[in-house]
Design a binder for this molecule. Structure first.
Ligand SMILES: NC(=O)c1ccc[n+]([C@@H]2O[C@H](COP(=O)([O-])OP(=O)(O)OC[C@H]3O[C@@H](n4cnc5c(N)ncnc54)[C@H](OP(=O)(O)O)[C@@H]3O)[C@@H](O)[C@H]2O)c1
Length: 240
């Protein structure tokens, strides 16, 4: 069955691959972004997928943006909370601003994205909530106290939502990507990237499409009994 899907941060990186994969499944997709108008316009030109700009850290903006998407494209049955940022620093140098920006975007942003669509999913007795967490939420990471806290928080969110939504036909699951070849990872110095790859038994970075295929499955009607789970997609780098 084809449905309407919302992908936050869906115009670049992993999110862009997710938006395209959901479109390829026949779904109508809305992709959001924060401020990179040029990338969003190029994405729409390439894919025909509509983009919407709002800050996921702001509840009122998110609710208004979601209302606009639903007015344009119909009720949202699939929501992929993917938008995320890093503001890395060792803990003794991490500023309260670096902490707050990451919490507001990566963690509160998930609340702001899912909360406005939840009542409609309950009413229609169908919903798919997919949150893009991270390997670093599972194992922690040097200089990422803020980021790891949000990504571990994602796992608590989906496990709780799964219990609340199960009887209403709603599933909530998380995907924990390992290191994926996006701008976020390609921006780190080459030496650091090489040392990252050396820790991945698969001997390579993951591709955004490999995460997108997990999302497409979790978004499908076939995945109904998978609820509250965490899929690790990390080339055997870490096991929970
Ligand atoms: N790349 C990896 O190796 C990796 C590994 C594990 C987990 N992840 C997670 O996967 C997700 C996607 O990562 P990525 O590497 O694809 O990131 P990316 O290439 O940097 O793209 C981030 C996307 O999120 C949007 N965004 C950022 N802040 C936002 C905000 N406040 N409001 C709305 N949209 C916002 C960006 O919009 P603009 O285009 O306007 O900036 C962009 O579309 C993140 O949650 C990240 O933590 C990534």
């Amino acid at each position: 069955m084809t449905r309407t899907a919302l992908v936050t941060g869906g115009s670049r990186g992993i999110g862009a691959a997710i938006s395209k994969a959901l479109k390829a499944e026949g779904h109508t997709v809305a992709a959001t972004y924060a401020g990179n108008d040029e990338a969003a316009a190029a994405f729409t030109k390439e894919t025909g997928i509509q983009t919407y700009k709002w800050n996921v850290a702001d509840y009122e903006e998110s609710a208004a943006g979601i209302a606009k998407v639903e007015a344009d494209l119909g009720p949202i049955d699939i929501v992929v909370a993917n938008a995320g940022i890093t503001r890395d620093a060792p803990f003794h140098k991490m500023t309260p601003d670096q902490w707050k920006e990451v919490i507001d975007t990566n963690l509160t942003g998930v609340f702001n994205t899912v909360h406005p669509v939840w009542p409609g999913m309950r009413e229609r007795k169908f919903g798919r909530v997919i949150v893009i967490s991270s390997i670093n939420g599972q194992k922690g990471q040097f200089a990422q106290v803020n980021y790891a806290a949000t990504k571990a928080g994602d796992l608590g969110i989906v496990k709780s939502l799964a219990q609340e939504g199960a009887r209403a036909g709603i599933t909530a699951n998380a995907i924990c990507p390992g290191y994926i070849a996006t701008e976020m990872v390609m921006a780190v110095p080459e030496k650091v990237r090489e040392s990252i790859i050396a820790q991945i038994p698969a001997g390579r970075l993951g591709e955004p499409e490999e995460i997108a295929r997990c999302v497409a499955f979790l978004a499908s009607d076939d995945s109904q009994f998978i609820n509250g789970s965490t899929i690790s997609a990390n080339g055997a780098q870490f096991f929970v």
